[in-house]
Design a protein around this ligand. Structure first.
Ligand code: NAD
Length: 254
């Protein structure tokens, strides 16, 4: 009775080739969904019937429109969108480079808007209910040193979540965000190296500092995030919309 079964559902996962996105793709497939993996660098080949890799940049409108066409040609519809693609840059606010700011906002905020827009149009056309899940961050609720562009972009994602939830509620499209804390992926590795350089610390010192900040005593895994996303993709969350759920081991409670 409490199994998540997504047989006949079609999901689109952006940034699904690595890290959190890949764990979400694996979990969706485990629940029998058909999955389109949209990534700048898709890591797989299109040899399986229910798994479709699409190369696209989520911050590029033409790419996103073409991606939508490819998904429809392949699977005929979309039921679930997971806006996961994201990047981070690090610098002190006084030193942020314009191109870093623009790139971060383009991928993390505009990318969510572009993908959600084409998929909301498609879901409305289908006349079916749908689920949209944005991978925001606890940086969408708090400030963090060295993360000015990223923090701004993730606050934007949570704002968009609320507006989309209101505007799409009449179509029975639920729009929610998740806010991961410190999750062990290649993005986190890059942040430790870069943050370490800026702060004069080595990566290991930052890793220990990270773990010490988490009430549950450990940093997170991509699967920790994927399981909550699965709940939001399933009928068990039908009465939830416009929420931003923390997955932080207790690090963020607001
Ligand atoms: N790792 C963490 O600690 C953490 C914490 C909070 C939120 N997040 C968010 O989770 C999401 C996934 O992060 P991750 O840690 O798995 O990162 P990651 O770098 O390991 O993976 C990101 C994936 O997104 C793809 N991607 C990047 N830019 C893209 C673009 N323009 N178009 C299409 N695909 C693109 C990359 O190729 C990669 O496959 C991001 O939105 C990130 O901000 C991560």
């Amino acid at each position: 009775m409490f199994t998540i079964d997504l047989t006949d559902k079609v999901a689109v996962v952006t940034g699904g080739a690595n890290g959190i996105g890949k764990a979400i793709v694996d979990a969706l497939r485990h629940s029998h969904a058909k999955v389109a993996v949209v990534d700048l660098h898709p890591s797989g080949r299109n040899t399986e019937r229910d798994l479709f890799y699409i190369q696209a940049d989520v911050s590029n409108k033409e790419n996103v429109e073409k991606m939508m066409e490819q998904v429809i040609n392949r699977f005929g519809k979309v039921d679930i969108l997971v806006n996961n693609a994201g990047i981070s840059t690090m610098d002190y606010l006084v030193d942020i480079k314009e191109e870093d700011w623009d790139k971060t906002m383009d991928v993390n905020a505009k990318g969510v808007q572009l993908c959600s827009q084409v998929i909301a149009q498609q879901m409305k056309k289908q006349g079916t209910s749908g689920k949209m899940i944005h991978i925001a961050s606890q940086a969408g609720k708090n400030g963090y040193r060295l993360m000015g562009s990223y923090v701004a972009s993730k606050h934007a994602v949570i704002g968009l979540t609320k507006v989309m939830a209101l505007e799409l509620a009449q179509d029975q499209i639920n729009v929610n965000a998740v806010c991961p804390g410190i999750i062990e992926t290649s993005m986190k590795h890059r942040e430790r190296v870069l943050g370490g350089k800026l702060r004069g610390l080595d990566e290991e010192a930052i890793r220990q500092e990270d773990a010490s900040q988490v009430p549950l005593g450990r940093t997170g895994t991509p699967e920790d995030v994927a399981y909550v996303v699965m709940f939001l993709a399933s009928p068990f969350s039908d009465y939830m919309t416009g929420q931003a759920l923390n997955i932080t081991g207790g690090m963020t409670m607001n």
